[in-house]
Design a binder for this molecule. Structure first.
Ligand SMILES: Nc1nc2c(ncn2[C@@H]2O[C@H](COP(=O)(O)OP(=O)(O)O)[C@@H](O)[C@H]2O)c(=O)[nH]1
Ligand SMILES: [Mg+2]
Length: 300
């Protein structure tokens, strides 16, 4: 399965840690349990989640529910799968089109590229897609979106560089309604050093969209650069507090071995990872699959 093989490399660090425990079948004793604790904490799955897992596994060991490392491995896999099954990875499609998807995140995280990838997926599924170029801060940002759109044969709504992003959002929403578009995806700017103005700007974008479509945006997704680890978690926390988020696109998983961070994104921030980015091409986006993720994590 594509997801499984493609995410494997991104989970290398965590997988290496775990496999050092499960290489040879051993009977569980206090020393193995101690070893497990250490490995879980160093496996990039977040310390809160590592603790939660460890406590459950220790209880299962003490009550003799699990007695060897093979059983421990299955126990941990089941626990993780159960956790990830609580993650709602679906995209909320409006009962009445258009569906509006607002994409946010700091500059360089992979927003514009992820939007192109998402647009291609929806287009391949038969949806009519429109893009809104609301990152008006730099001309290059508008151009970059436009280049993707032309490549994919998708229309964009754009204004000149420096114009009000909310005005673009308004026009894009209006165009989506009048042109019978199924899915409008809105690109935004992400200058985090101007946090206050940025958040006000995003708030205004949301307000003008709502003027036209009260239930929109139907999805607000943050794009996180997986290579930045803890920083990415902090960004998600900030955006979630200020504008609210429905989920995460975890980009650049091909360039890092920090894939384990899917777990703290969900367990600490309660945000589902809905898609993962695995490269710079339009087809390098995969819907997140929790069971396959866990299998890849424990592959030896
Ligand atoms: N390797 C890799 N590069 C990516 C991925 N997503 C985005 N990029 C690259 O990251 C850089 C910044 O992406 P961009 O979409 O412009 O980010 P934005 O500033 O948030 O819009 C570009 O060079 C992209 O090609 C990914 O999943 N994998
Ligand atoms: Mg961009």
């Amino acid at each position: 399965m594509a997801f499984f093989s493609r995410i494997k490399e991104g989970l290398r660090r965590t997988r290496d840690k775990l496999s050092s425990l499960f290489g040879i079948k051993r009977k569980l004793d206090d020393q193995v349990i101690e070893e497990m604790e250490e490995l879980l904490y160093s496996a990039d799955i977040g310390s809160d989640y590592a603790e939660q897992l460890f406590e459950k596994a220790r209880e299962a060991y003490e009550s003799k529910e699990i007695e060897n490392t093979d059983q421990l491995k299955d126990f941990l896999k089941d626990q993780m799968k159960e956790t990830l099954r609580m993650m709602d990875t679906s995209i909320n499609i409006a009962p009445q089109p258009p569906t509006v998807i607002l994409v946010v995140g700091v500059n360089g995280s992979g927003k514009t590229t992820s939007i192109a990838k998402l647009a291609k997926r929806f287009q391949d599924d038969g949806y009519k897609v429109l893009l809104g170029a609301c990152d008006t801060f730099r001309a290059a940002a508008i151009e970059q979106l436009q280049i993707w759109a032309e490549r994919l044969d998708i229309n964009t709504v754009k204004h000149q560089a420096g114009s009000d992003p909310a005005a673009v959002a308004y026009d894009a929403t209006e165009a989506a309604v009048s042109r019978g578009v199924d899915i409008l995806i809105i690109d935004t700017a992400g200058r985090l050093h101007t946090k206050e103005p940025l958040m006000r700007e995003l708030d205004k974008v949301v307000r003008v969209i709502k003027k036209k479509l009260p239930d929109a945006p139907h999805e607000t997704l943050i794009v996180l650069d997986a290579t930045t680890g803890q920083n990415a978690l902090n960004q998600a926390k900030t955006f979630k507090e200020v504008i609210g988020l429905d989920g995460v696109i975890l980009a650049k998983l091909d360039g890092t071995a920090k894939g384990g961070m899917v777990l703290p994104i969900f367990t600490q921030l309660n945000l589902p990872v809905k898609f993962i980015g695995l490269g710079e091409k339009a087809e390098d986006l995969e819907p997140f699959n929790g069971d396959a993720f866990v299998e890849a994590l424990f592959e030896e």
